[in-house]
Design a protein around this ligand. Structure first.
Ligand code: AMP
Ligand code: MG
Length: 337
């Protein structure tokens, strides 16, 4: 299939909207990562997303809207706490899990009784939705690999597999949206992202963090968010997370360094390590780390590394999202010093 390369000008977005209405697939920029979109209410179109990505059919998709009023047709209940979060954080990088209405095809919810909904802030995504319909969209990468944060990442993974790609520049946040469920008694954070745990707590009071956010699922344990059970965000290189203070980290790397290895680290590590370094920013600048993380992981493959040592991020603010992605990229392979 020839993949149409589109700009984020109005005429090109109208072309993309027509593709969507005809049941096709379009990669669209959002403020988190690029999404691979189809008409959310067309089960057959949605099935093509799973095929193009190689995504397991039991991993549900997020439905993207361009106006809060669109929620009502998609859910059975829109509880007060969800309304508070919508007013405060939409449009933006927050996804809410709510009881789904009969309109949502099983392909979108992967057979669950709930649906994930988000209102993105990227103007190109908003225009595409407004010109077509609510869009089901996971990240526009091949399943398992790091999410795309530039149009080139999308082309690398999806050229020839989908109908069109809209170029909207580099993604701002750089990690996927925060996912919170409001379909349980106590709101529960299922995936950390650009809206932090601290911000959610301040807005609605008690929020719990699902265990799978920072730990692997126990064998036989059911995932509250099916996406959390898979190895994810992984480059081809082996990723090893190293948890320790600066001095022990430097000492460990310099003692174990060998050919074909590099370090994913912070600015403060530069000059202390005997391996090539890919810095994701200052160790307390979590926004920049999130923004650069997936590009750094993709770079590791471009230079053909066999192993990447990652300096463990702090778990505060958006740092929790960075930690959550790195431990999955590392397949929970953590060395505590
Ligand atoms: P992606 O779009 O690839 O970033 O993945 C969407 C994430 O949201 C995955 O981790 C899904 O498991 C999660 N998700 C989507 N819908 C639901 C739902 N109804 N209940 C729980 N998690 C969901
Ligand atoms: Mg994804």
């Amino acid at each position: 299939m020839k993949t149409l390369q589109l700009s984020s000008g109005k005429d090109d977005i109208r072309k993309a909207a027509r593709i969507i209405k005809n049941g096709g697939l379009v990669a669209m920029p959002t403020e988190t990562v690029y999404g691979l979109a189809a008409d959310a209410l067309n089960g057959e179109a949605v099935r093509k997303i799973f095929k193009a990505k190689g995504r397991p059919m039991d991993n549900p998709l997020i439905v993207h809207i361009s106006d809060i009023s669109q929620v009502y047709a998609l859910v059975r209940e829109f509880p007060e706490k969800a309304k508070i979060l919508a007013r405060k954080f939409w449009p933006g990088p927050l996804t809410m899990i709510l009881p789904k209405s009969a309109l949502i095809p099983d392909e979108v919810s992967a057979g669950l009784d709930t649906v994930a909904i988000r209102f993105p802030s990227h103007p190109a995504a908003q225009t595409l939705i407004a010109e077509s319909c609510p869009l089901a969209a996971p990240s526009a990468n091949l399943s398992g690999s790091p999410s795309p944060t530039t149009v080139q990442h999308v082309r690398d993974d999806m050229d020839g597999r989908i109908d069109a790609i809209i170029d909207g520049g580099d993604c701002d946040v750089g990690v996927e949206s925060t996912v919170i469920t409001l379909a349980s008694n106590i709101p529960e954070l299922l995936r950390p992202g650009g809206i932090t745990f601290e911000q959610l707590r301040e807005a609605i009071g008690e929020v719990i963090i699902n265990g799978a956010v920072i730990k692997p699922l126990k064998s036989g344990e059911k995932a509250a968010s099916p996406g959390m059970k898979y190895k994810h965000y992984s480059p081809k290189a082996e990723v090893v997370l190293i948890d320790g203070d600066n001095e022990s980290f430097w000492e460990y790397i310099n003692r174990n360094a060998s050919q074909g290895e590099a370090v994913l680290c912070y600015d403060g590590d530069l000059g202390h390590l005997r391996l090539p370094c890919i810095s994701v920013g200052k160790s307390d600048d979590y926004e920049t780390q999130a923004h650069r993380l997936f590009t750094a992981l993709r770079n590791a493959d471009e230079i053909g590394l066999k192993r990447v040592y990652a300096h463990c991020p702090e778990k505060k603010g958006i740092g929790l999202a960075v930690y959550n992605r790195i431990i999955r990229a590392a397949g929970f392979n953590i060395i505590k010093l």
